[in-house]
Design a protein around this ligand. Structure first.
Ligand code: A3P
Length: 278
């Protein structure tokens, strides 16, 4: 835990401790051409990564390798990123105040994918139960729900994260592009085109169509699971799990939903973010 925020036990945090790890991310020598994916965990980070990777390489073939993501807090020595050609796609779940300072100062592009928080909570619940190394939170749903309500989960409160991003959008106009998980799911070609436009990359309609087909949940689950570190001992994936909108209904009781709605209303009263829950 650092500055009141708990962190997962990636090797980096275990070796260096949270303070030094976070400071290392803030001090990271970002290049102007870097594209930074900023997400609360379980909001579609891997999906965003694959879409962006295809846009920048102007191809429609999903890369086979599974370790495409470059999550800053999971990399013990960030200097390994020096060897990568530009533009690099980097990602992080740390809150906005802790992302590389230089990236913001240089006006580097930021893609922020946001997802309805009820589905985020369910996705994180399932991930935390399976990922015994970094999260190791195999507890019953009702117990987990109470922790979710307090926000004391890895990377901190969802509200803090998203309100921080919303404030950052106001503080740095034009720097951050926010796309909704639900919109990409419902209308991938339209949303992929908007992403390409934000990145100022020309992609033909045909290629956009091909990227949408390559990055469907089914295709990514099939192609990214083989030999993946994202498969737990029981053979089930914890990154490509269901990929649906509305799975929260299979977990939240009516009473839990009412409590969450009340908390959401209070915390997000000044927010313009709007969510689709089904
Ligand atoms: P579920 O657990 O609800 O299935 P992250 O990459 O930030 O960890 O997010 C993981 C969530 O994104 C998982 O949600 C996963 O299934 C979903 N996801 C991954 N690829 C997807 C895709 N191509 N389409 C829709 N959802 C996808």
């Amino acid at each position: 835990e650092y500055e009141g925020i708990p962190y997962p036990t990636f090797l980096t945090f275990r070796n260096k401790g949270a303070e030094q790890t976070i400071q290392g991310i803030k001090d990271f020598q970002s290049r102007e051409t870097d594209i930074m994916i900023c997400t609360h965990s379980k909001s579609g980070t891997h999906w965003t990564y694959e879409i962006l990777a295809l846009i920048i390489s102007n191809t429609t073939e999903l890369a086979k390798e599974t370790k495409g993501e470059k999550m800053l807090e999971a990399i013990p020595d960030l200097s390994v990123l020096d060897a990568l050609p530009s533009p690099r796609i980097l990602d992080t779940h740390v809150q906005f105040q802790n992302i590389p300072t230089r990236h913001v100062e240089k006006g580097g592009k930021i893609i922020h994918m946001i997802r309805n928080p009820k589905d985020v909570s369910v996705s994180l619940y399932n991930h935390a139960r399976k990922d015994v190394i970094t999260l190791n939170l195999d507890i019953p749903w009702n117990e987990y729900f109470e922790i979710w309500m307090t926000g004391k989960l890895p990377y901190g409160s969802w509200f803090d994260y998203e309100l921080g991003m919303e404030q950052a959008e106001k503080d740095h106009p034009g720097l951050i592009y926010t796309c909704y998980y639900e919109d990409v799911k419902k209308n991938p070609t339209k949303e992929i085109k908007k992403l390409a436009d934000f990145l100022e990359i020309n992609v033909t309609d045909e290629t956009i169509d091909g990227i949408a087909k390559a990055t469907t949940f089914d295709n990514m689950q099939k192609n990214k699971m083989d030999g993946s570190k994202f498969v737990s001992d029981d053979g089930q994936g914890f990154i490509y799990r269901k990929g649906e909108i509305g799975d929260w209904k299979n977990y939240y009781t009516v009473a839990q939903n009412e409590r969450y709605e009340a908390l959401f209303k209070e915390k997000m009263k000044d927010s313009q973010y709007k969510f689709q829950y089904e």
